[in-house]
Design a binder for this molecule. Structure first.
Ligand SMILES: Cc1cc2nc3c(=O)[nH]c(=O)nc-3n(C[C@H](O)[C@H](O)[C@H](O)COP(=O)(O)OP(=O)(O)OC[C@H]3O[C@@H](n4cnc5c(N)ncnc54)[C@H](O)[C@@H]3O)c2cc1C
Length: 314
């Protein structure tokens, strides 16, 4: 959450959400859609600092928060925090909410579930989400939802580019739909979604988890959200990625960056994964399946439901 852009959003129309994420659970998707605005008001009421009341995308609505303020506010509200003491076993007789952020940082699980090119992927996230919640939930008898092979990410400047965590957002190469996208085998791909999540998932399965974006010089001035394509290319070049400029085109080598896994535990509408075991955030699957929706929104809504259920013993 701290590393994110802090935009907590939903599709304006539930139908768009259901259409864009066709493999998900309609029950959970409807829950996130219907509860998000109230939960955003709750979050704001706690004192988290709002940066912008817009997502910059006409299809979606939401709020951008300052992520430091968001995490500090929630940490303060949540009571005692014990760091460096990961839960490895479920305590008997005590309700537990699993919220360990999925398994993006677990190379073996990513190789097994998502791509044989796991070693080539760039980890655009915390190194600590290694699937502990998933493992604990399974041990307790929980099932997994559809879509274990799916993840959310961005294509990033390829090695030898150097990227630190403060640049996860600014170095994202988000112009595949304006480019010819090709892998080392000569296979080409045309972007099909506005989030470009499909391009990133395709790239992750190419040799070395890499691809080349070829953009005509004439399009470098075009804007994608707040930045021009030229600005994104220059940022990749400065970071040290292989960038080739000819008189008519620019070619940028990109690597698939994994941000969060989208597959996870199956939960019901009370966020229950198994008796006494609840889950939220990226430990839960079946929300963005087949597409992409806000991970922060799912974490907020399911997190509150899971906490309420655990307290009430539902
Ligand atoms: C660069 C970037 C930009 C993003 N931008 C957006 C955006 O604008 N909008 C959006 O909706 N989403 C965005 N996301 C995704 C969003 O951050 C996640 O979907 C969201 O944080 C998931 O919430 P979570 O609670 O599941 O996981 P996290 O926020 O990752 O929290 C999980 C926590 O659990 C800890 N943990 C792991 N294992 C254990 C253990 N065994 N015991 C105890 N603790 C453990 C981890 O260290 C971590 O602190 C972005 C992510 C990144 C990295």
């Amino acid at each position: 959450m701290l590393l994110s852009s802090g935009v907590i959003w939903r599709h304006r129309e539930l139908d768009d959400f259901l259409r864009e994420c066709p493999g998900g659970s309609v029950e959970l998707q409807t829950l996130v859609h219907e509860r998000l605005d109230g939960d955003l008001a709750w979050l704001e009421g706690l004192g988290a600092r709002v940066v912008e009341r817009s997502t910059g995308n006409p299809r979606t609505t939401g709020i951008r928060f300052d992520t430091r303020s968001l995490t500090d506010t929630l940490a303060g509200y949540g009571g005692e925090l014990r760091l460096g003491d990961p839960l490895r076993e479920l305590p008997a007789g005590v309700p537990v909410v699993l919220a360990t952020g999925g398994f993006a940082a677990n190379r073996d699980l990513v190789r097994e579930s998502i791509t044989p090119e796991a070693d080539g992927l760039f980890l655009r996230a915390t190194p600590w989400s290694t699937g502990d919640g998933l493992a604990l939930g399974r041990t307790a008898g929980a099932a997994t939802a559809a879509g274990m092979a799916e993840f959310y990410g961005r294509n990033m400047p390829a090695p030898p580019a150097r990227i630190d965590e403060a640049q996860f957002v600014s170095l994202a190469q988000l112009y595949a739909s304006h480019a010819e996208v090709e892998s080392a085998t000569g296979e080409r791909y045309r972007a099909q979604t506005w989030s470009e999540i499909d391009v990133v998932q395709w790239t992750a399965r190419q040799p070395g988890a890499r691809a080349t974006y070829r953009v005509p010089e004439s399009r470098l001035g075009e804007k994608v959200r707040a930045r021009t394509i030229g600005e994104m290319v220059t940022a990749a070049e400065r970071a040290g990625a292989p960038v080739r400029r000819t008189r008519s085109d620019v070619e940028v080598e990109v690597v698939a960056g994994i941000t969060t896994t989208l597959g996870g535990l199956a939960v019901d509408s009370a966020a229950r994964a198994a008796p006494g075991v609840y889950a939220a955030g990226c430990d839960v699957g079946g929300i963005s399946t087949g597409g992409y929706s806000s991970g922060l929104a799912a974490a907020l809504v399911l997190g509150r439901i899971a906490a309420e259920s655990a307290l009430e013993g539902r």
